[in-house]
Design a protein. Sequence first.
Length: 179
Amino acid sequence: MAKSVHRNIVGRWMVLSMFALSTSFAPTMSLAQTPENVKQAMATLKAKTAQLGTPGIKGEDAVAGKPVPSLYFGTTKMNNNFVVVDEVKKEMGGTATLFVKSGDDFVRVATNVQKDDGSRAIGTVLDPKGKAIAAIRDGGAYFGDADILGKPYITGYEPIRDPGGNVIGIYYVGYPKAR
């Protein structure tokens, strides 16, 4: 009888342990690679920046050694400021970026996308020949597959507009695709 009780306790412990492990990893796993979760992450990014205030450009700032326009939401400068993108990553998984329009390019000024060396990919530009930039230049959004610094992601890109309706940057969220 004692062995039976012990087996029952061990069996229940294993089931509960597996349940705990599966539920603790489930949010990250379930958020990966679904278009609906990309849209939820985008809504989170946009809500967090909206809480800071109206988007705008005020002066210039160096990002990875390059002078680019300074992107603001309200009085909060986003260049080299990773708080919002890291909050989105913490809450939704995946990656998040704020780009600023600099000439014909869109430059990552706040991101948790990483380069191969593990550093943040700030100062890098959105692929000038990609589907995302084509959609943004046409005034729309892009949701779908994209190659980011040589790696496949399922992504969302939406224009950041100033109060006059001008595109001054891009919101981005994405999840690495399984290889």
